[in-house]
Ligand binder design. Structure first.
Ligand code: 4NP
Length: 150
């Protein structure tokens, strides 16, 4: 799960997918990172921690890190939150296999378009509730596909 700062959207996406994967007993490894290194080492934004807590998910232990090209080797899928993240990672991937791993996460629920998870950083708490709902739907789709393919 990749966003810009790795403190708002992607930590929430990580927490949601981890919880769903535990529920169906898969042993997929979920992680998140930012395309920037602005918040390396920081815990998630309190507004993300709080919206996660509201839905019984604890993301307070997560620590921000910057995406590295090794992530293309380590992970099978790389879900990005918006087109800026997408363009940033497309610049970093080094072959077709790596580039094909990158996908806008909201394509899972709106495959005909290129929808973004809006950056909630400069907005209010309602923005965090909104992104939770979007990510919840997208992660349900991801988990359903994993279940079908297992
Ligand atoms: P995120 O949100 O990419 O969802 O973690 C942001 C976090 C920090 C900043 C921008 C977006 N920032 O400008 O520091």
């Amino acid at each position: 799960m990749v966003c810009l700062g790795n403190i708002c959207r992607s930590p929430l996406a990580q927490g949601i997918l981890e919880k769903k994967s535990k529920k169906i007993n898969t042993n997929i490894h979920v992680d998140s990172a930012g395309t920037s290194g602005w918040h390396i080492g920081a815990t998630p934004d309190l507004r993300s921690i709080n919206v996660a807590k509201k839905y019984k998910i604890d993301i307070s232990h997560q620590q921000a890190r910057k995406f590295t090209t090794y992530d293309f080797k380590k992970f099978d899928k790389i879900y990005v939150m918006d087109m800026d993240n997408y363009k940033n990672l497309i610049r970093l991937c080094s072959n077709e296999n790596e580039c094909n791993k990158i996908e806008l996460i909201l394509k899972k629920i709106d495959p005909e378009n290129n929808p973004s998870v809006p950056d909630p950083y400069y907005g209010g708490e309602d923005g965090f509730e909104k992104i939770y709902k979007l990510l919840e739907k997208a992660c349900s789709k991801i988990i359903n596909e994993i279940e079908v393919n297992e």
